[in-house]
Every structure is written in C-alpha cells, then in structure tokens.
Design a protein around this ligand. Structure first.
Ligand code: ZN
Length: 223
C-alpha cells in the first residue's frame, strides 16, 4: 500500500518547525508499532513517536547521547546515523555527500555540541563547493583533519598527540566507505577498534585487506 503523508510539528523547546514526510510502505514500525523520528536541534533532540496511522503518540526533548540507533535521525536535510560507539580513540564523522547522510556514530565526544559541529561542516562545505578540500580546518573551536575520496568526506578531531599515520588509516576507511553504503554498527566498530590498535605504525596492504574483510562481513545499514 502506497501512502505518503506530511506531518508538520513544532519543537516545544526551540520553536523550530519540522516537516516529516512519511511513506507507510517504506517505514518499519517495528515490534513496538511506533516509528521513532528525531531532529537534531541546538542543544537537544526533538524526538517523536509516530504510529502506523501517522498519529504522533509522543513528543520528547532528549539529549544527543540518549538517542539510540533505532531512531530515524535528521539534521536539516540530512539523515544522521546516530547511536554512539563508546570507548574508541580514533573519532570521526563521515559524510556521504550524494546521499546526504552524516554518520556520527564514531564520534561519541561530539555529543555535547553535535548541532554546532554539523552546522559548521555544512557551512564549511558550502564554501568549498566543487573545490579541493584542505587537509585541516577549524570547526566550532576545534581542529579537524579532513580526508576525502569520491563523495565521502571524513572529519576527524585532532588529538594532542596525534599519530603521523592517522591520515593514512583514515584514507583506508574513506576508500571502504566510498565503495559501500554506510556500514552497520558492528562492522564500523570493529574497523575503528582495529585502527585504534594499530594507528602508531604505517598501514600495510595486509591491513587494507583486513579492514575490507571487517567492513564486508557486515550487512550494511538501513537508512
Ligand atoms: Zn528544538
């Protein structure tokens, strides 16, 4: 059954109006019978529970860190893959430019200022439309290394003691992402753990193969 409806909802905290376009045939209302949709606003997430008749069953204001991977998360016109992976050292946001998807799962420490960072990235990319991106930039008061490949751009916050091989490792991740859809959370988390363990040396061809295996062992993520 094909049924599309647009819901217009105003955030009770900041007053921003969101238009949610729903297609019944496309969305999974899951075991709870509710679709969970979230909007990243400044300092909070506006979270909605929508039932299969497109009635809003609940609207909540939550923190970024409280949003699980089951929430269809949005920032401006972008789909955002949330649900942070904890305990990782090599943090980054990846952007799939063609698909308009931000993957923030590998950047848990962004949780306090996610809106500001995404907004800064959007503005930054607007300035470089079509031009070659620099290797570093400042975003919301922090320095980031940029690695890009095809339509993928990775932004990784610089740490005080940075491995000189970090860009090489991020380059491999970027290549993998350029060949696939966003990775499922298990594959992504295995890749980041592998890089965390080995980042202090230069990556070899064997590492490249290993990371490919870790990536394609997964099933891909549904966006
Ligand atoms: Zn709001």
């Amino acid at each position: 059954m094909y049924e599309v409806r647009t819901l217009t909802i105003k955030c009770p905290k900041c007053g921003v109006v969101e238009n949610l376009e729903l297609d019944k045939s496309e969305h999974d209302f899951g075991a709870t019978g509710l679709l969970r949709v979230g909007y990243i606003h400044k300092g909070h997430v506006f979270l909605l529970n929508v039932d299969p008749h497109f009635f809003v069953r609940g609207a909540y204001i939550v923190s970024y860190g409280a949003v699980g991977s089951d929430v269809l998360l949005y920032f401006h016109g972008y789909r955002v893959l949330g649900g942070f992976i904890v305990g990782i050292k090599t943090e980054f946001i990846s952007l799939f430019r063609r698909a308009n998807i931000f993957d923030v799962r590998a950047y848990p420490s962004s949780s306090a200022m996610l809106y500001e960072i995404l907004e800064a990235i959007e503005k930054f990319l607007g300035q470089f439309a079509g031009a070659k991106l620099p290797k570093f930039t400042g975003l919301h008061g922090r320095r980031y290394r940029i690695v890009s490949c095809k339509d993928i751009v990775i932004f990784s916050p610089c740490r005080p003691q940075e491995s000189k091989y970090k860009a090489d490792w991020l380059g491999i991740i970027c290549n993998i992402l350029a060949k696939s859809e966003p990775l499922d959370v298990h594959a992504l988390s295995k890749i980041v753990s592998y890089v965390d363990e080995n980042i202090d040396r230069a990556p070899t061809d064997e590492d490249r193969e290993k990371l490919m295996d870790l990536a394609y062992g997964g099933a891909g993520v549904r966006v």
